[in-house]
Design a protein around this ligand. Structure first.
Ligand code: HEM
Length: 580
């Protein structure tokens, strides 16, 4: 019913899928290269490939999907078009421009003749440095997401003026709370990039404090994982119950979970810095404790979503303690994909608990266990949910039937099997101390002691898994592209079922977004002010022994002086005109 908005949603999803396809090409190159099975690149280009893979997957693929999905969810749940379609295209355009700048900077790494490169990996903190184009691109991309959030708040305000006594519809509530979290989290990355990394790569500062940019990066770098995850949660809470034939178990629990994520996502980033020497152990223990609290909303989600799916199965005639599982629509790729994604998320949760434990983290820190972990979470729970949901959403956006449901079903299963192999191999190799982010983990003369199998077998497992994942991505993207060419049909739009326990059962305070935003902000100030103060007092804003003020003023003066001089004649003429 909203063709203009549907066009933006489709454009955002296309951007997301193009990033996924390119990311998968780089992914399989890495998987085959580091296992020494097939070497298509020079090892010196490994970081270029790794950066391209990481950035395309976890910045472009995930966030473009998010903005498409959130636009759809906002328009659907308020049942009104966006306030200004031009504004909507503007933020989308900014995100595309930012991505192109960053990708050009990264791909420049393959061209030795140019000084453009950004081999800094997706965790782009100092001391590794990229070309200013990379930081500029990231900045424009993030500004695009801020404006996107403002678009959804704008719709909310307009809707509220007309419906003052109504509860915020559930999907819109999820969109708004997620964006509040994003506004808080991006403060860290905005300061890191605009105040330190960009001026440093422009040559305005010749040194910066690496620990400070690392800490500001992780201030954002952990909540960003919830930014990837919340759209998947939105789909599990609001779409999965419907396609399993039932209703969401509880709207109040769903709202509570999103509020908890808003409160708890940001004051935990220091758990990525357990081995950073410049941060006191006490701060790390506090971050670890906060991290463990985050298990609560995840466990609440597991309960609510499984209860909703069970309700669906029983509505379809399922019976027995576990027999109801048979009554579920397993032939539906959207359903099966999301269920398999949820299963992988549970496994990812277990390996995440190992990462989160301060002492046991030392065992796996910087080993390939870590990519093993997040290919289960963002790489499957999120990615597979997005792909599965697309099989449900795409026909409604395009008014065309999916090209092939059997291929779609095979695709989600292949992803699950491929990731099972790749991620298992990564976890096991990590336990034996095989490092991540290296093109040459050969270590001649070093015996890896394996409890079963061998390093050769694990490498093969990783490479086969990676290849299956690549095949699965090709099947997904071509199925969607071919669906765009099918004949148009009408009436493919599907309603969502109402929750069993609805919005009026939710305490009103849950909808008080100002309150939750305020508490979240205070928690972040409490968690970060002391560690940041200690990093700055010990290491200086720009590293030891540097006073930042003249460093900013002098180069700025040098840049501005010729500019002012060249404007002099013009100003003189203006003054004459005004005076005359
Ligand atoms: C890293 C393969 C999909 C996110 C890696 C690595 C491999 C790999 C082998 C480890 C490289 C190393 O540490 O030396 C693949 C394959 C994929 C795939 C074959 C499927 C076609 C994904 C997806 C995501 C993702 C869907 C996220 C949405 C990442 C990230 C890194 C990574 C963030 C870390 C990069 C770094 O360390 O800087 N991938 N991956 N990957 N992958 Fe994937």
């Amino acid at each position: 019913d909203y063709p203009k908005e549907a066009a933006v949603v489709k454009a955002a999803l296309w951007s997301s899928f193009i990033a996924l396809a390119l990311g998968a090409v780089f992914g399989v190159i890495q998987a085959l290269h580091r296992t020494n099975i097939l070497r298509l690149i020079d090892s010196t280009d490994y970081y270029t490939v790794l950066t391209a893979h990481g950035v395309l997957m976890v910045v472009s693929f995930t966030i473009f999907f998010l903005v498409g999905l959130f636009t759809w969810a906002t328009v659907r749940s308020f049942d009104r078009g966006v306030e200004s379609i031009r504004y909507t295209w503007t933020w989308y355009g900014l995100m595309v421009a930012g991505t192109l700048m960053a990708v050009v900077a990264i791909l420049g790494g393959f061209v030795p003749q140019t000084d453009i490169s950004a081999d800094v990996l997706f965790t782009f903190y100092a001391p590794m440095q990229a070309h200013p184009l990379f930081y500029g691109g990231l900045t424009i991309f993030v500004i695009g997401t801020w404006l996107a959030g403002a678009d959804w708040f704008w719709s909310w305000r307009a809707w509220k003026a007309e419906n003052p006594d109504e509860r915020i519809p559930l999907q819109a509530f999820m969109v708004l709370t997620t964006m509040l979290m994003w506004y808080i989290a991006t403060i860290g990355i905005a300061i890191a990039v605009v105040v330190f990394l960009l001026p440093w790569s422009l040559g305005i500062f010749d040194q910066i404090n690496p620990l400070l940019t690392r800490t500001l990066f992780w201030f954002w770098g952990h909540p960003v994982v919830y930014f990837w995850l919340m759209p998947a949660y939105l789909l599990w809470y609001t779409v999965l119950p419907t396609i399993s034939g039932g209703r969401l178990f509880s709207d109040p629990l769903a709202r509570g979970v999103f509020v908890l994520f808003l409160l708890l996502s940001t004051p935990v980033g220091i758990h990525h810095q357990y081995v950073d020497p410049g941060i006191a152990e006490g701060f790390k223990v506090i971050a670890m404790t906060n991290t463990m609290f985050l298990l609560l909303p995840s466990l609440l989600t597991a309960f609510t979503v499984v209860a909703s799916v069970e309700h669906g199965a029983r509505q379809r005639g399922g019976t027995g303690l576990f027999g109801w599982l048979r009554a579920l629509p397993w032939r539906d790729p959207a359903f099966t994909g999301m269920m398999l994604a949820g299963l992988m998320f549970a496994a990812g949760g277990f390996s995440g608990m190992i990462n989160a434990g301060m002492n046991i983290n030392y065992l796996i820190h910087n080993t390939i266990w870590v990519p093993g972990h997040f290919h289960l979470t963002v790489g499957t729970a999120v990615a597979l949910t997005f792909m599965a949901a697309t099989y449900w959403l795409w026909p409604q956006l395009t008014n065309r039937r999916l090209f092939s449901r059997p291929i779609a079903l095979a695709q989600v299963v292949i992803w699950f099997v491929g990731m099972g192999l790749m991620s298992n191999a990564m976890h096991v190799m990590g336990l034996f101390g095989v490092p991540r982010r290296t093109a040459e983990p050969q270590y001649e003369g070093f015996e890896f002691v394996t409890s079963f199998g061998s390093i050769t077998e694990l490498r093969l497992q990783l490479a086969i898994g990676g290849t299956l994942l690549f095949i699965s991505t090709v099947l997904f993207v071509s199925n969607i592209a071919l669906s765009a060419g099918a004949p148009k049909l009408s009436g493919l739009g599907k309603p969502l079922s109402e929750p069993l326990s609805g919005a009026h059962d939710s305490p009103e305070i849950l909808d008080n977004l100002k309150l939750w935003f305020g508490i979240a902000f205070v928690l972040v100030v409490l968690a970060y002010s002391l560690p940041l103060a200690s990093i700055i007092s010990r290491g200086g804003v720009l590293g030891p022994g540097v006073d930042p003020v003249p460093m900013i003023i002098e180069p700025l003066g040098a840049t501005l002086e010729p500019l002012v001089a060249s404007l002099q004649p013009l100003l003189g003429r203006l003054a004459a005109v005004v005076g005359g």
